[in-house]
Write a protein that binds this ligand. Structure first.
Ligand SMILES: [Zn+2]
Length: 128
């Protein structure tokens, strides 16, 4: 199993998240996911989109743009419900993954627990 398989659920939720805001299409998603560090080829993305459509989470229609046909994907009610459930699960996982870095107050705010005052720019970090 590769890293992409490990992260495939996150990629699917990411797609549903964007589809919940506006109709999405393949190349736009490849760009958007690339912005988040996921490098997907059309050969990888399209089967994911087809799977989401087959599962009833997305619905697609064809559209002509500048003389070219492209397939737009819109989220369905099933997709919205699944996204809402997925968000709860991601939130739970996020809290656990970052238990040490974050402290959650009873008001639901997140406070960062800094161990030291030096700020790193992430480039050329030296060990302590
Ligand atoms: Zn995004």
């Amino acid at each position: 199993m590769g890293e992409r398989d490990l992260l495939s659920g996150l990629i699917r939720l990411h797609i549903l998240h964007h589809a919940a805001h506006e109709p999405v299409f393949g190349l736009g998603l490849i760009e958007e996911l690339g912005r988040h560090g996921y490098r997907l080829s059309p050969g990888t993305l399209y089967p994911i989109l087809h799977g989401l459509e087959k599962g009833g989470f997305l619905h697609s229609r064809k559209e002509w743009v500048a003389g070219r046909q492209r397939r737009l994907y819109e989220i369905t009610d099933t997709g919205r419900a699944a996204l809402a459930q997925g968000k709860v699960k991601v939130w739970e996982l996020f809290r656990e993954l970052f238990e040490d870095e974050l402290r959650f107050t009873t008001q639901g705010r997140v406070e960062s627990q800094r161990k030291g005052s030096t700020q790193s720019d992430g480039a050329g970090d030296a060990p302590p």
